[in-house]
Write a protein that binds this ligand. Sequence first.
Ligand code: PEP
Ligand code: MN
Length: 353
Amino acid sequence: MVLVMKVGASEEDINKTIKQIKEWGHSVSMAPGEKQVVIGIIGEKTDLSGRPLSTLPGVAKVLEVSAPFKRASRQFHPEDSVFDIEGVKVGGKNSVIIAGPCSVDTVENVVYLAKVAKENGAHMLRGGAYKPRTSPYSFQGHGEEGLKMMLEAKKETGLPIVTELMSVRDIDVVYKYADVIQIGARNMQNFPLLKEIGKLDKPVILKNGIASTVKEHLMSAEYIMSGGNEKVILCLRGTRTYEPSIRNTIDVTLVPVMQKMTHLPIIIDPSHAAGKREFVSSLAYAGMAVGADGLIVEIHNCPKEALSDGDQALLPRDFEYLMKKLKELKPWSQKEWWEFDKQKETDCIKVNK
Ligand code: PEP
Ligand code: MN
């Protein structure tokens, strides 16, 4: 349930209403908007039956939230969430560009790539030190040594660190270095891990699962948010489909579809979808064109020597080209379209004989 408060409802009324809901045994999630405050009530609908919600002080409207995800839902939080991550704004009208190697390999490479990222306008540095690999015989990541290399690159460039956490066991060490914790596709439904992340005060990039639905993705975000960590950035990295000519398929339509469902920022990972360097930039461009809140993209100075995902790494010159093209792009705004659509006079134009 959501209580939409009257425009200009007093703080006293809002507090009285919250107090009453809490006395009835429910938790409350607040979304202070520009015009109207929205109070979300967490709990099953049946628990509230018979409660005089519409007569509580300052309440304008009572809405039922049909989606099983509550905190992540736009009904609970009508305005876009905007997070400040070390001075970088994510969400709303801001585009965040995150670039870096798939795996951190050498300190020289990661510092060089951080400089390439920064010089071309990226806002954060990505790099994996704990790697989820299909084969147990493949490189598994440098662990804390890799995170130290990321820190060195951060010191040189000031770019915040985005890095993957795979296991509850590594939370403390990853927490120490990461500015944003990445939860990869394979762990999107690792519920014990999501619950632990929910207790942290660091933003999270939550990628969609290998074959997950939007609802499952949002329910996983809900796991994190229900623990108290509201800073979740959703990342579309594609799902496995029947089409083998591309590594994974990102349906870019999901950007506006998800923007309707959630207030959380949505970024695109074109690298793990395209799988090949030559297709990464076009997909990145498509994602930004439909209004994604940003990109996370893999780059490498010498892809053939990269310890993972070399085939899909953009070279520095490719990244420079992509960033130039993105600067010229005027992205679609689904929100503007919704505003435009509201002004329509008719949905049916009859043409007389
Ligand atoms: C990665 O970012 O390098 C990665 C392993 O991504 P994903 O979880 O999307 O496969
Ligand atoms: Mn990768």
